[in-house]
Ligand binder design. Structure first.
Ligand code: UT7
Length: 381
């Protein structure tokens, strides 16, 4: 019996602080008109120093778990797609797994630039279809604002912060993620990169002074690449699912530039009312853009049970990724107050437990250090 991977929960989290184009025009040599005309972006959300990638990811994940009404203990795996992790290591996914109380779950980060969410969705789907796992949490989370050069008008106007998450579960019921396409052309890696901080240019005073920890991009070339692969990858996912393009009910593209989205939709002959766009309010949130768009499309009532969705992303790597989804979830009702209270208690309890584990590790270490000293004493004398 074939297994299918269904999305059963979803959630998003964006920091409340908004930076408008007018605000940006006060910092760099740009105008609201230029940004709107060339990108479609009007504003973006920017995280405060306390709102880190893991925190945004956790909030989106909790919402997804809530919507699915699943106990975090039932989650088998947590994947966080991000280009702006909390630390080089441990993985942001491990922090989310711990804070969520997903005690049985494995966890890892996945880096595929702005295509990361669809890459992670494809990975989760494959693991569910192979029956290795049954319940997988996929998060796309970014704090791009941390790695932007705020004096570079060619990049700082484009990006924003946020997170989106979905919970997938295996079932024999046909539907869910029906096809996935993943692509890469590493020959274009230098077109969009953060050159510093890795093994090639380890962090040091010189890398900081030469601004190598910031996003560097050849926008024009990335634009050309994006307009080519978006339509192509979408077509491939649709073919692989056995659909015709006319059967797409909603197109959910990576939210980077409205001109790129329009060009892909035109090439696929998808009418504007079937294309979801929210980049005017968020800018490009990289791996978070598609799951945030999914949540907003659901909130706007644009997705109904049985609808055919296509998601497609492109980004650093260069990478691209697409998928075709037969939407099977029903809109959840408002959570019962008792359920919300139970979840809160569960999170508090898992926080206490996690703190307890840390404390016992410290006590263990202190005790074994003391014992070492005592045992060594006679020979030292
Ligand atoms: O998720 C993947 C992330 N990357 C992307 O999605 C980027 C894809 N590329 C793009 O979206 C577009 O290429 C941009 C929005 C980045 C740029 O639009 P464009 O129409 O390709 O503009 P351009 O790079 O060809 O620049 C046109 C002019 C240049 O001036 P000159 O050389 O013609 O005098 C730029 O210096 O616009 C200038 N410019 C700006 N002017 C005002 C570049 N950025 C700005 C700015 N404000 N923020």
């Amino acid at each position: 019996m074939p297994r299918y991977a269904h999305i059963i929960g979803w959630g998003k989290s964006v920091p409340p602080n908004i930076l408008t184009n007018a605000d940006l025009a006060k910092k760099v040599d740009t105008t609201d008109e230029w940004i709107r005309e060339r990108t479609g972006i009007q504003q973006r959300h920017i995280a405060s120093s306390k709102e880190t990638t893991a925190l945004l990811a956790l909030h989106a994940a909790r919402d997804a778990v809530e919507v699915a009404d699943v106990n975090p203990q039932d989650i088998d795996l947590v994947i966080v797609a991000t280009a702006t992790p909390e630390y080089p290591f441990p993985a942001t996914a491990c922090l989310v797994q711990n804070a969520l109380g997903a005690e049985r779950a494995g966890a890892f980060d996945l880096e595929a630039g702005c295509s990361g969410f669809v890459y992670a969705l494809a990975t989760a789907t494959a693991l569910i279809r192979s029956e290795m796992y049954n319940t997988v949490l996929v998060v796309g989370a970014e704090t791009l604002s941390r790695i932007l050069d705020w004096s570079d008008r060619a990049t700082c106007v484009l990006f924003g912060d946020g997170a989106g998450a979905v919970l997938l579960r295996g079932s024999d019921q046909p539907g869910g993620v029906l096809s996935t396409i993943l692509g890469s052309d590493g020959s274009g890696g230098e077109l969009l990169m953060v050159p510093g901080g890795g093994s090639k240019h380890p962090a040091g005073p010189d890398t900081v002074l030469s601004k190598q920890h910031f996003v560097k991009m050849n926008g024009r070339e990335v634009y050309r690449f994006a307009t080519r692969v978006m339509a192509q990858a979408s077509r491939q996912a649709v073919d692989k699912a056995g659909w015709q393009l006319e059967q797409i009910d909603l197109f959910l593209p990576h939210q980077a530039n409205v001109r790129i989205i329009d060009s892909a939709a035109k090439s696929l002959k998808i009418p504007p009312d079937k294309v979801f766009v929210n980049l005017e309010r968020y800018g490009n949130t990289s791996a978070a853009s598609i799951p945030i768009a999914l949540c907003e499309a659901l909130d706007a009532g644009k997705i109904k049970t049985g609808n055919n969705l296509v998601m497609v992303g492109f980004g650093a790597g260069l990478t691209w990724a697409s998928c075709a989804i037969k939407w099977t979830a029903a809109q959840p009702g408002a959570p019962a107050p008792q359920r919300a209270a139970a979840s809160r208690l569960r999170y508090i309890w898992s926080g206490i437990k996690s703190f307890g584990f840390q404390l016992s590790r410290h006590i263990d270490a202190a005790v074994s250090k003391t014992l070492d000293v005592i045992e060594r004493k006679p020979s030292d004398e």
